[in-house]
Design a protein around this ligand. Structure first.
Ligand code: GLY
Length: 339
């Protein structure tokens, strides 16, 4: 079967009906499914022949304890080095299960059926997996590419509007980084059209995935270009740290608008492109005002545990479809984020 994309010669990405694809890709193999309680409830009749490990959902369960629980259940189910771990769920499930598979018996084969828009366009692609430690995001994990990822946009129909919209923030991010055609496609369609038209949605997901694949091909380990994928994420992570009113995608939307404004004020981005970015985000239904003061934001961003030293990498849009990464002194973040 020909994949739609291949990542680093080892991870194949397929668009289509998930059950059929799994049965074709994993015929005659010992497979154990990992999912979360919500996906298990919604898709109880999906791949019923596979033994299941069901984890609790939500960021608070993205922990080493959940990984240990998966390992114990794998042992109880008689898993060995030949067992294939198939994770079905959003980004939390695929991150945790990918890490559990990468470390069980020093690494077993694994693949994903990604069931959220956020997962499809970001978390499931690129080989990053891991868990949070003491509330610090993704502090423990590996870079291990899944053998395959399946993108079945019909699975997105059960997502609540709010979660679907959150995924669109990452799609806008991908478009601003490297796909002006995708940006225009989004501008030309309403939120409702994107929700209801599965052919349109498949095209949108495919193009956003294409942006990520091209970047991960160049830089798997985030030593260079992969940092571009953090566009809007410095303010977004700070928002998530200071307040719980916004989910990740909503915070990314605020971060994108903020970085567009910063880039405009630095003379890097035209007024018209800044306006297009803000207008598209508003058209999709995002609130662009941060839920906390800019001072709090700047302080939280400069305390980011994952950026060692006095400098932070900032991603700045230069046009729609091109961004650049700059190192900034953390001490100047406040100035930058408080226009
Ligand atoms: N979510 C950003 C990355 O995969 O690098």
């Amino acid at each position: 079967m020909r994949p739609d994309f291949t990542v680093r010669d080892c991870s194949r990405l397929y668009f289509g009906a998930s059950e059929e694809l799994v049965r074709a890709l994993l015929a005659d193999q010992r497979v154990i499914l990992v999912t979360d309680q919500q996906v298990d409830r919604l898709y109880a009749d999906h791949l019923p022949e596979l033994p299941r490990i069901v984890i609790a959902g939500g960021e608070s369960h993205k922990t080493l304890q959940t990984v240990e629980m998966i390992h114990r259940q794998l042992i109880a189910l008689g898993a060995d080095r030949q067992t294939f771990l198939l994770a079905m769920g959003g980004g939390i499930v695929t991150d945790v299960a990918g890490f559990a598979a990468s470390t069980f018996m020093r690494g077993i084969r694994f693949g994903f059926i990604s069931t959220t828009l956020l997962g499809q366009v970001d978390a499931s692609v690129g080989g990053k997996n891991g868990v949070n430690v003491d509330g610090y995001k993704n502090m423990c994990g590996t870079f291990t590419q899944p053998e395959f990822v399946i993108f079945d946009v019909t699975l997105l129909q059960t997502l609540p509007d709010r979660e679907f919209r959150a995924g669109l923030a990452e799609v806008v991010k991908a478009a601003v980084i490297d796909d002006p055609y995708l940006f225009r496609l989004l501008e030309e369609h309403s939120f409702e059209q994107l929700r209801c038209d599965s052919l349109l949605l498949q095209e949108v997901v495919r193009r956003a995935v294409g942006v990520k694949v091209r970047i991960v091909e160049r830089d798997e380990r985030e030593a260079g270009d992969r940092r571009l994928l953090n566009l809007g994420h410095t303010p977004a992570h700070a928002i998530e740290k200071c307040s719980s009113v916004m989910n990740h995608g909503e915070a990314v939307a605020v971060g994108l608008a903020l970085m567009a404004q910063v880039a405009y004020e630095m003379g890097l981005l035209t007024e018209s492109d800044r306006n297009r970015i803000k207008q598209l985000l508003q058209q999709l239904g995002f609130v662009l005002e941060p839920p906390v003061s800019r001072e709090e934001l700047a302080q939280a961003a400069s305390r980011d545990k994952k950026s060692a030293g006095e400098q932070i990498y900032l991603v700045l849009p230069c046009s729609i479809g091109a961004c650049r990464v700059e190192r900034w002194p953390k001490a100047q973040l406040a100035e930058l984020l408080m226009p």
